[in-house]
Ligand binder design. Structure first.
Ligand code: FAD
Length: 385
C-alpha cells in the first residue's frame, strides 16, 4: 500500500469532487425534502463510469477496485451528496455477482449496475433477527427447478428505485441453526413481492422499506453462487459494504469539518474570528485528525480487499467502519456547535446531518457488533452472545 495515490486515482478523486460540487448538499437535501431520488446525479455518475469503476471491464465496468469506488463515494459525500445506494448496488451486489455469478448472470446484471441504468437493493435484515443474521427465516424452497421464496425483510434501502433485490435467505433444508445463506436475485415487480415504506425521521433521499414475500416464484438461475458455500460469498459482499459505508462517513465528516472551519474563520463575536478560541478550534482539529485516521484504515481495508485478502480485509473494514462512524458523528457535532444557532438553520446545510451521521453508527452494521467482532476475532475474547 502506498500513501501516494496513483495519477489515475488522483484524477478520479479530482473529477468526482468537481462533479459533486455541481450538485452538492443543497441539491441532495432539496430532493430528500421533496421525497425524490437523486436521479440526475446517479445517472451522471453512472454515465461517467464512476458507479461501476470496481466492476469488470468486460461487463461495462472500469476494471478497478474497491479503493477507487470508495474514492467516488468519499468525494461525493464530502461534497454533501453521497449516494447511499452505491454501498448496495455496485459495491455489495456488483461484487457478489462479479465474484460468484455465472457468465450469463454477469452479462445480465452487471452492465446495468455499472452504468446505473439498473439498481440492485440488498436485503438481509429481518424484523425478528436484527443484528443476529443467524436467525433469519426468509426461506426458499424448490418447486421443480424453480424457487419459491417467502419471508419478510425490514429497513431495505432504495427498493422503490431498484429493479431487483439481492435477498439473503435460507433453503428449506437449512431452516434453522447456523446460517447457510442463499443469495437470490428477486425482481421488484415479482408476483407476491410487496413493499411498505417505513417513515423515518431522517432527511435522506433514499427510502427504507419493509418487504413481504409470499411464494415469490423465481427461476433456478436467480441463485447467485453455491447453495451450500454461500457464507463466504455473503462475506465477500459485506467487506465492500463496510468500506463503502466508511467512505460515506469519512466524506460526511469532511463536509462538516469544512463547513465548521469555514464558519470559524469568518464569524466574529468578540472582535476576532471565533476560530481563535481553542474551545472552537480544538474540537474541529481533533475530529479532523480522527477522520484522517479513519480514512487511512478505510484505505488499508480497500487495499487488502483489492489484494484478495478477504479475512484481513474483514478486520480492517470493520475497524474502518467503526472509526469512520465515530469520527463522522463527532465532526457533525463539532461543526453544528461551531455554528451556534445557525448550526440548526437550514441555510447552513448541517442540521440534517445530525441524524444522518448518527445512522452511520447503526447501519449497515452497528458499532456494538463491530466491537463484538474485534473483541472476539482480534483479541481472542469469548463470544458474549
Ligand atoms: C436507514 C437504514 C438503512 C438500512 N438499509 C439496509 C439495507 O439496505 N439492507 C439491509 O439488509 N438492512 C438495512 N438496514 C438495517 C441495518 O443493517 C440494521 O438496522 C442494523 O444492522 C441493526 O439491526 P437492528 O436495527 O435490527 O438492531 P438490533 O439488532 O435490534 O439491535 C438494537 C441495538 O442492540 C445492539 N445489540 C444487538 N445485539 C448485540 C450484541 N450481541 N451485543 C451488543 N449489542 C448488541 C445493537 O448494536 C443496537 O444498538 C438499514 C437500517 C437503516 C436504519
Amino acid at each position: 500500500m502506498s500513501f501516494i495515490e496513483t495519477d489515475e486515482q488522483q484524477a478520479l478523486r479530482g473529477a468526482v469532487a468537481q462533479l459533486g460540487a455541481k450538485y452538492g448538499y443543497e441539491y441532495s437535501t432539496a430532493k430528500a425534502r421533496a421525497d425524490e431520488s437523486l436521479t440526475e446525479l446517479w445517472a451522471e455518475v453512472g454515465g461517467l463510469g464512476y458507479l461501476g469503476v470496481n466492476l469488470p471491464e468486460e461487463y461495462g465496468g472500469g476494471g478497478q477496485g474497491m479503493y477507487e469506488l470508495a474514492i467516488v463515494q468519499e468525494e461525493l459525500s464530502a461534497a454533501g451528496c453521497g449516494l447511499l445506494m452505491m454501498v448496495v448496488s455496485p459495491a455489495i451486489c456488483g461484487t457478489v455477482i462479479s465474484r460468484f455469478g455465472t457468465d450469463e448472470q454477469k452479462g445480465r446484471w452487471l452492465p446495468g449496475l455499472a452504468d446505473g441504468s439498473s439498481i440492485m437493493a440488498f436485503g438481509i435484515t429481518e424484523p425478528d433477527a436484527g443484528s443476529n443474521s443467524h436467525r433469519i427465516t426468509t426461506t426458499a424452497r424448490r418447486d421443480g427447478s424453480d424457487w419459491l421464496l417467502s419471508g419478510q425483510k425490514v429497513f431495505i434501502s432504495g427498493v422503490d428505485v431498484a429493479d431487483n433485490v439481492l435477498i439473503i435467505c435460507r433453503t428449506e433444508d437449512a431452516r434453522t441453526g447456523t446460517l447457510k445463506p442463499v443469495l437470490l436475485v428477486v425482481p421488484t415487480d415479482s408476483h407476491g413481492f410487496e413493499k411498505t415504506k417505513i417513515e423515518m425521521d431522517l432527511v435522506a433521499p433514499d427510502n427504507q422499506y419493509q418487504l413481504f414475500m409470499e411464494d415469490v416464484r423465481l427461476p433456478a438461475d436467480a441463485l447467485v453462487g453455491q447453495e451450500d458455500a454461500a457464507i463466504a460469498q455473503l462475506f465477500a459482499g459485506l467487506n465492500p459494504e463496510r468500506i463503502m459505508a466508511s467512505a460515506y462517513a469519512v466524506g460526511m465528516g469532511r463536509y462538516a469539518i469544512d463547513k465548521g472551519a469555514g464558519y470559524a474563520r469568518e464569524r466574529e463575536v468578540w472582535g476576532k474570528p471565533i476560530g481563535t478560541h481553542q474551545g472552537v478550534s480544538h474540537p474541529l482539529a481533533q475530529t479532523h485528525i480522527e477522520l484522517e485516521m479513519a480514512k487511512l484504515m478505510m484505505q488499508k481495508a480497500a487495499t487488502l480487499y483489492d489484494g484478495g485478502l478477504d479475512i484481513e480485509a474483514g478486520e480492517a473494514a470493520n475497524m474502518a467502519k467503526y472509526a469512520a462512524a465515530e469520527a463522522a458523528v463527532k465532526a457533525v457535532d463539532a461543526a453544528v456547535q461551531t455554528h451556534g444557532g445557525n448550526g440548526l438553520a437550514s441555510e447552513y446545510g448541517l442540521g440534517t446531518l445530525i441524524a444522518a451521521s448518527r445512522l452511520m453508527r447503526i447501519a449497515p452494521v452497528s458499532r456494538e457488533m463491530i466491537l463484538n467482532f474485534v473483541a472476539q476475532h482480534s483479541l481472542g475474547l469469548p463470544k458474549s452472545y
